[in-house]
Ligand binder design. Structure first.
Ligand SMILES: [Zn+2]
Length: 352
């Protein structure tokens, strides 16, 4: 598998990238602008056991500096495998990453570092989000992509199976979701039924609200795929133990990791009085139609359940009481291009 992976030097990358099937800036459908798409055979790469990578080999898109960035640290093992110094062998093979032969003129490195791709197994229809991390495989392999062992396993792919990879710039899609069933017998005066929670994956990172009333909903962008987000929330201690009450996958599945009655650790300075909702997405993504519908139903339920004014739904950076110095880019481009509470409020107005 990984043994046959021979990576070219980067200076040849631009020349060889011409051979891959890329359809830049072609709109596949009204709501989705496809920036990169490829379909063909795959193999696996990266991590301590990939002896096809040399001990000091780095990645085309990530360097040692990224090991300290909480956005990207999850891609890597906590310590370098013995005898290695490069970040290629330090990749965490369980996380979802991949390599393709990029044409950096169409998809620049900085864009790729912030992108989440949809990786699919066309045979069984399974699909998950993953991050581009490297350039490869060599064209002589006849393959179009190398996936992390964990990504291949999640999709049920073996070496030389066909994989389909898409990166799109999703535009905001205003959605007026169907109204929830009224009086659904949920045992409270809330006219809205709580949306279905796909799984409760409890995070150790929570604390008492100390009697504070819930009066705000805070919206976040994960800047990471679902799995690594849930994994990160499971991690206690460390430099940056975090959580949120809800995580909404790009297909609209809702996961809960902290009970509403407890404070999650998502918005420094405002945790005691807020409910935090994370949307799975990269910094360049908009919410998907499915996320919009699922989150609107959840937000409607929360507003009703805790008697929160509709004007008290905030983007992370704009939450009253939020006190991290320097602020945050969150919620990124989820609700529109402008980084402002007005953008978030307009989305709430149109959708919730
Ligand atoms: Zn945030």
């Amino acid at each position: 598998m990984a043994r046959t992976r021979k990576r070219p030097r980067l200076k040849t990358a631009a020349k060889r990238a011409k051979r891959i099937k890329v359809t830049p800036k072609k709109a596949a459908q009204a709501a989705e602008e496809i920036l990169f798409r490829v379909e063909g055979k795959m193999s696996t790469f990266g991590g301590p056991h990939d002896l096809g990578m040399s001990a000091d080999e780095d990645l085309a898109l990530f360097t040692k500096l990224d090991l300290k960035d909480p956005k990207y640290a999850y891609l890597f093992l906590p310590a370098p495998p013995p005898g290695t110094s490069g970040v290629g062998r330090r990749l965490n093979p369980d996380q979802y990453y991949f390599a393709c032969r990029w044409n950096y003129a169409d998809t620049p490195k900085e864009f790729l570092r912030r992108a989440l791709a949809r990786v699919e197994n066309p045979q069984n229809g399974r699909a998950v989000d993953a991050r581009p991390v490297d350039w490869g495989p060599h064209p002589s392999t006849g393959r179009v992509a190398d996936l992390s062992p964990g990504l291949a396993a999640a999709l049920g792919l073996d070496t030389d199976d066909v994989v389909k990879i898409t990166i799109s710039a999703r535009r905001a899609i205003p959605v007026k979701p169907t109204l929830s069933v009224k009086h659904a017998g949920h045992g409270s005066s809330n006219p809205h039924a709580k949306p279905v929670i796909k799984a409760f994956v409890e995070s150790p990172n929570h604390s008492s609200r100390n009697g504070a009333k819930i009066d705000k909903v805070v919206l976040h962008c994960t800047e990471a795929p679902l799995k690594s987000t849930l994994d990160h929330f499971q991690t206690a201690g460390g430099e940056n133990p975090v959580s949120a009450h809800y995580v909404i996958d790009r297909n609209g599945d809702i996961y809960q990791t902290v009970r509403d009655s407890d404070a999650a650790w998502h918005c420094k300075g405002a945790n005691r009085s807020t409910v935090g909702i994370e949307y799975v997405g990269a910094e360049i993504d908009s919410v998907t139609a499915q996320q919009a519908a699922a989150s609107a139903a959840l937000i409607r339920w929360l507003l009703e359940q805790y008697d929160i004014p509709r004007t008290n739904v905030f983007g992370h950076d704009f939450t009253p009481g939020y006190s991290r110095s320097g602020g945050t880019s969150c919620p990124d481009k989820l609700f529109g291009l402008a980084h402002s509470q007005a953008t978030v409020a307009a989305w709430v107005q149109a959708n919730v």
